[in-house]
Design a protein around this ligand. Structure first.
Ligand SMILES: Cc1ncc(COP(=O)(O)O)c(C=O)c1O
Length: 534
């Protein structure tokens, strides 16, 4: 085994060449001359990789011995695991990347190759992997109390966290209920809203209004209020009957219309839906400002201001799903701040624990709380329970995360990073196959299209996003597009130089992916989905 270690500024690569298969590796000299090496894994024929072609490490072959460390883990994994959001057959030819350790924005595999986590590991990580401060706080908590059930018992971290969340969120959100992941948090808010109306003698208010192109999670009720049809269609028979209102998504606005004008105009659909259905509607649920899994589609805060006012007028709850956008992602601590409003339910998760442990918090008003507060025999209580509700370790991670937000003036510091994300990618707006580069705070998306003038999208079967994903991996970046949308949603500890690196990788990837003809062979049984790079 011959190992070449490359220690480049900000990046560290190790390329292992097995003598028996030395010919199966190739270095992209174009990129190498700019200080980068292209990673081609075992199984890539030496003559099959012209410069700048996308190459993937392939799944391990039993013929090869000895296996690399990555391949060994990949083989063991594929023998027993079923991965989320994955057509497992894809891994016959696409890499599964076993990660050994993380540090800051970097993830490192078992052979020392590093990947810049441009998507914060599904949008959870804000202060970097293996953050020493958060690690320490979880360790301290571990020595005190790992878990206790929250019914009938309490503990210091959950009390402190609840006090801090109430203080941090917009005025009027005075109660915190916990769940153990985002989708469960959605279920809590939906049930609580309907139950509120039952307790107020209006059991007919049992439906929910939701926006098209929404995503709120994968449990059945959360899917019901979502609208990524290729993903939820299979389960249609199981879903609740929701009222869907056209999204204010500003990508769809006519040329020349501002985000604000478009968002205002699209609100007319919501006004009509509320007028017609308020009597049978418990709540409107939205992803404020950014429809994440629907392709990082964005809209103006005025929509939320109008929505708050209309919900009050029609007697309908407003649920803000800030699972993805809370904790600074949109440029303010919470997206609802930009609209100057307080929702009836605010659901937080993902970055709540800094990306460490699964937890969701559902904040609500005293009005909602009081509707449940009564003698036990009235059976008005909210008897919803998740086993790990308010887990002390997750609370400790969340408290440490909130401390970092306070100590480091993160929201202010992010302004410079957000600006850099915009300037580093601005040139892509002129790319012949990019319809739009859009940004809200620390989320930036680049929409690849087949035809720029008509905004005709690429057929999903072509999996152009997957080509970007593959190229980015070869360059040491985890950029996992949503279909044809390449996006950056990085941890806030990213540096301006690392943002430039991501922009360079994304530009190359988009060039490669949008070359003529499908970039990647697609197997017939592949189904696209919102979180898959295909
Ligand atoms: C806006 C939004 N809501 C809900 C969820 C579901 O959260 P979880 O995956 O923790 O169930 C997600 C996850 O991506 C999300 O982006």
């Amino acid at each position: 085994m011959l190992a070449i270690a490359l220690d480049l500024p900000k990046m560290c690569y190790r390329l292992d060449l097995d003598r028996q298969q030395a010919g199966s590796y190739k270095i992209d000299l174009t990129l190498a001359s700019r200080g980068f090496r292209k990673y081609l894994g075992p199984g890539t024929p030496s003559n099959a990789a012209p410069l700048n072609t996308i190459c993937y490490p392939t799944a391990p072959s039993s013929r090869r011995t000895p296996m690399t460390l990555n391949a060994d883990w990949m083989k063991r994994d594929l023998a027993v695991l079923w991965h989320p959001c994955t057509q497992m057959k894809d891994h016959e030819r696409l890499p599964l990347i076993p990660i050994k350790r993380g540090e800051g924005v970097w993830l490192e595999d078992f052979e020392g190759k590093r990947y810049l986590d441009a998507v914060s590991s599904w949008w959870v990580n804000v202060f970097g992997h293996a953050n020493a401060f958060i690690n320490g706080r979880i360790r301290d908590q571990l020595d005190q109390l790992e878990h206790v059930m929250l019914a009938g018992f309490s503990h210091a971290p959950v009390v402190e966290l609840s006090e801090r969340l109430v203080a941090l969120t917009p005025k009027g959100l005075d109660r915190v209920f916990y769940a153990d992941n985002g989708s469960s948090g959605i279920e809590v808010a939906l049930k609580m809203s309907h139950h509120y109306w039952i307790n107020h003698g209006q059991p007919g208010k049992r439906r929910f209004i939701t926006l098209t192109n929404s995503y709120h999670g994968e449990t059945v009720a959360a899917m019901s209020v979502g609208d990524v049809s290729l993903f939820t269609e299979t389960y249609r028979a199981l879903l609740l009957d929701c009222i869907k209102v056209p999204t204010p998504d500003c990508y769809l606005r006519p040329e020349g219309e501002t985000w604000e004008a478009h968002s205002r105009r699209m609100f007319e659909h919501m006004e009509r839906a509320l007028a017609e259905h308020a009597h049978e509607t418990a709540a409107v649920i939205v992803e404020p400002l950014i429809q994440g899994a629907g392709g990082m589609r964005m809209y103006h805060p005025v929509y939320l201001t109008l929505l708050r006012e209309a919900c009050d007028r029609y007697g309908v709850h407003l649920i803000h799903d800030e699972i993805a956008v809370g904790f600074g992602r949109t440029g303010t601590m919470f997206a609802c701040e930009q609209a100057g409003i307080t929702p009836d339910f605010l659901i937080l998760s993902k970055a709540l624990t800094g990306g460490y442990l699964p937890m969701a918090a559902v904040l609500t008003t005293n009005d909602v709380y009081q509707a449940f507060y009564d003698e036990y025999e009235t059976l008005r209580a909210f008897l919803h329970s998740h086993t790990y509700t308010g887990n002390p370790l997750a609370c400790a991670a969340a408290l440490a995360t909130l401390d970092l937000f306070e100590q480091q003036n993160v929201i202010e510091a992010n302004k410079g990073l957000a600006q850099r994300m915009g300037s580093a990618t601005a040139h892509l707006a002129d790319h012949p196959h990019v319809a739009e580069v859009r940004q809200t705070g620390m989320a930036l998306a680049i929409e690849m299209v087949q035809d720029k003038s008509t905004r005709t999208p690429y057929a999903w079967q072509e999996r152009r996003g997957l080509a970007v994903y593959g190229h980015a991996l070869s360059r040491g970046a985890l950029l996992r597009p949503l279909g044809n949308v390449v996006y950056f949603l990085p941890p806030y500890v990213i540096t301006p130089e690392q943002i430039d690196f991501l922009a360079e990788v994304a530009s190359e990837g988009i060039d490669i992916a949008t070359r003529k003809g499908p970039s990647v062979q697609v197997s017939a049984d592949f189904h696209p989905d919102h979180r898959d790079p295909g």
